[in-house]
Design a protein around this ligand. Sequence first.
Ligand code: G3P
Ligand code: CA
Length: 271
Amino acid sequence: TAAASAAEQPRGVVTVAHRGASAYVPENTLAAIDAARDLGITWVENDVQRAKDGTLVILHDPTLARTTDVEQKFPDRAPWNVWDFTWEEISTLDAGSWKGPQWAGQKVPSMEQYMNRVEENDQRLVLEIKRPEYHPNLAEDTVEELDRLGWLDRTHVEKKLVVQSFGADSVKTVHALRPGVKTAFLGTPAIADLPEYAAFADQINSTHTTVSPEYYAAVHALTGPHGRRLEAYTWTVDDPARAVRLAGWGADGIITNKPDVVERALVAAGY
Ligand code: G3P
Ligand code: CA
């Protein structure tokens, strides 16, 4: 949204479609970002992990079991961890039917397929480096892939991309490798510790049950690595009244499975 607040400079609260428009469409699929686009939502969020052969793929859970038919297709491969499957194997899986028969045929996208669709849709991305503790050097590999796919040029870096992780080391690595890239730390560091995060992260993205107006004031009092006010996004907020309340507390972005509902509420409330 683009409405001015009472603050001295105009600000908008950004609505981010969590794993795509994932309340309605199977999460982290190309259909989920298309659905966000069709709802008028520019920003989407995803989760990047690595397959056995090194291919980067878009998947939230450590295992393929919940969101694909892997148990049927590979019954002997429990616990179906994504890093134990090659891209060739993963690309045989159905990642849509679990959400409803109308989504049969959706696939686990490779990072390349996913980024190309975000680009085609003229959308923007909060990319999560997921579970780096199970994927050594995932931050390095993600940066290399972003580079290869043309996502580290000036336009993308300034306007279209935020890279986030629960792993502070991964966020630090991205910042060190490509200081121009906007980054976010996922979590709620103690207020006293926020300055050390502000050295490498432009945003602190916290679960909404852990924040308060005081916390947001402490975040906003700091300057991030690019000389701009440190920002705060929050997740996962599907209740529109809660989203408006968090915006009132100072949230700069709301990450939600129901981006249409949240966006409508934010606009109605003047954010
Ligand atoms: O974008 C924040 C949120 O996605 C972090 O939690 O578990 O949904 O990846 P999770
Ligand atoms: Ca995520």
